[in-house]
Design a protein around this ligand. Sequence first.
Ligand code: ZN
Length: 245
Amino acid sequence: MKLDKLLDYQSQDIALKRIMSEIEKSEDFKKIELAKQEFAIAKKNVEDSEKNALSLVELFASLEKDYKDTQEKIEKLIPQIEKLEAKLDKKPQDVKEDFEKAISELGALKSKASEIESKLMDQKSKGDDTIQKYKAASERMKKVREFHAKAKERLDALQKSKEAEIKKIKAVLKDLEPQIDKAILTQYKAITSEGKYPAFVLAHVDGKNFSCKGCGMSLSQTGSSAITGQGYTACESCRRVVYKG
Ligand SMILES: [Zn+2]
């Protein structure tokens, strides 16, 4: 029969798929996938903390400069006030206005300085917070990396234990390929690429009527006569190839 080699191919292909899915369904495979996601989250947190720290440092530097400038202005203003104060006793009418202006300027500078001070304190606590977040995220990265390495080690061992079997099946598949009609093999690959296994299914026969064992639907009259004629046909509902036993 024309499909014999394809059916051999299919049973080997399914055996290979079973081994692959045993690997992919293993706990360690899942753990590795989880570790990859966790690692990406922790990495993003580390990067965010770094960015945050950088902008905090910049802001801190600019606040510090403002603070220094304000302090310098205060230090310059104090001796001026002292001079005005000395004159105030002798000629109050000449300096009164300047004195009051200088005092109010001093008041404004002092309140600016204390405002900057409280901002600096605020930045410092934000900085401490950022450092804590950074530490926690790097610690998490380290742990996830260890977790990943252990799972990977076990998964590698599992894969290695299946290696010979996989190699053997792949060799058989390769050997069978040229012996199968090209169009049929292409059809097989198109169906399995959609995850439909098996792709070629035995027809269920009920008198003159055939139905697909893949999806359970009855074949049309055209389908039924095709299967009677050439021995197989594509199922109209699921596209699997239905063949007569
Ligand atoms: Zn079907």
